[in-house]
Design a protein around this ligand. Structure first.
Ligand SMILES: Cc1ncc(COP(=O)(O)O)c(C=O)c1O
Length: 393
């Protein structure tokens, strides 16, 4: 008998510590959950209505691999309008979620053993997915300076030697809220272009920048030529509160886009017609939804900054965008143990920083896309926890 086990590399994948914590919390009950990265608001009615009408209309068949033409055209128009970059629908691939977009991008670029550099702390999927493909992942840590996460781009560039295959950057970042500057994007693009290094830019939080003088965080598309080795990942999940719909897109160089239908065919073949119809509505009529999400996040960030600032033992960093506040409790170095104690002792559900690579250890991530009253309750619970002397001195 051969044991029915997967490959060693699949067994070695890290199970999500966030899921471990949430499973524990959900089994226990009475926990205020801020552990997942999603808004507590359902998708806007007008978007749901379009999907319902598409279903009623019988749009229940396979769609083209790269997405329905009107959605690809709407995405190209949206990118042009938002970033002033003409990408053309032929460079757009509609994906069955942002996370699937990450997998497709890696399948298209990563061979076993290829070196991959990822800026961390980072959403865990970005460094576990390349491991499914036997990529060789190296972490590049951001650093905390004056209460915010910073990138030392000289150091990063020194790490990007010609044997590196791919650089992975998520900005605005989950979990730190760090945001890359246009100048850093240009420098990295020039360096990677010179050495043939792919850049995989995860820009799913681009609309959730806290800088209200712009409509979106800077995109790598603005720093690139159309045939650069750049893949941009995006998703409907965060700006339009559509996490459960599983819909996203990639912007690809033409040479790669030509081969993407094959990868999509053999992964999931196509995204559902009715979710794609809803995607068009979000892009074309959803600006008010995005504006409201941003305003709410900015107000919540201020509430959290004030609330966490009043707890002595806490060091919080200020996010420039995204949906999270990343902070630590003095003296606490084991984030999973701390997150478990917060669940057990005061019913507060936060994501442990260790989930986001070793650079996140000691930190906690709080998703702030929630009702202010819930945040206030959570802050009270945290205050009670620290007052009770649970936090080590
Ligand atoms: C940085 C980042 N990229 C991509 C995604 C994927 O989003 P989805 O698969 O819901 O489109 C997420 C979700 O949390 C994320 O945080």
């Amino acid at each position: 008998m051969f044991a029915p086990e997967p490959h060693a590399r699949i067994k070695a994948l890290a199970a999500s510590p966030i899921r471990r914590l949430s499973d524990h919390g959900l089994a226990r009950g009475g926990v205020l959950p801020f552990w997942f990265g999603e808004s507590d608001l359902p998708t806007a009615d007008f978007i749901r209505d379009v999907a319902a009408a598409a279903l009623k209309d019988g749009q229940t068949f396979y769609a083209p691999n790269m997405g329905i033409p009107p959605l690809r055209a709407a995405i190209a128009e949206y990118v042009r309008d938002l970033h002033g970059v003409d990408v053309g629908p032929e460079r757009i691939a509609v994906t069955n979620s942002g996370v699937t977009g990450v997998m497709l991008a890696m399948q298209a670029t990563v061979d076993p053993g290829d070196k991959i550099v990822i800026v961390t702390p980072s959403w865990p999927n970005l460094f576990e997915i390349p491991r499914i493909l036997s990529g060789n992942v190296g972490y590049f840590p951001l650093e905390v300076e004056d209460g915010a996460w910073k990138l030392d781009e000289d150091k990063l560039i020194a790490t990007l030697t010609p044997d590196v295959r791919l650089l992975l950057i998520n900005s605005p970042s989950n979990p730190t809220g760090w945001q890359i500057t246009p100048q850093q994007q240009r420098r990295l693009m020039e360096h990677c272009r010179k050495h043939g290094i792919w850049i995989l830019a995860d820009e799913v939080y681009e609309r959730l920048t806290f800088d209200l003088s712009v409509r979106a965080a800077p995109s790598f598309l603005q720093a690139a030529d159309p045939e650069d080795r750049l893949i941009v990942i995006n998703s409907f999940s965060k700006p339009w509160s559509m996490t459960g719909w599983r819909l996203g897109w990639l912007v690809l160089p033409r040479a790669l886009a030509a081969h993407m239908p094959k990868l999509i065919e053999y992964n999931f073949s196509s995204s559902p017609q009715f979710t794609q119809a809803a995607g068009i509505a979000a892009l074309e009529r959803g600006e008010e939804v995005v504006a409201a999400a941003r305003a709410r996040l900015i107000a919540n960030r201020d509430v959290m900054r004030e609330g966490l600032g009043r707890i002595d033992s806490i060091e919080a960093t200020t996010p420039s965008g995204g949906m999270y506040v990343f902070f630590r409790v003095h003296g606490e170095t084991d984030s999973l143990a701390l997150a478990m104690r917060l669940v057990d002792e005061v019913g507060l559900g936060l994501a442990p920083g260790i989930a986001f690579s070793p650079a996140g250890e000691g930190w906690l991530r709080w998703c702030i896309a929630a009702e202010p009253a819930k945040l206030a309750d959570g802050l009270d619970r945290l205050r009670r926890f620290t007052r009770a002397g649970n936090a080590r001195p």
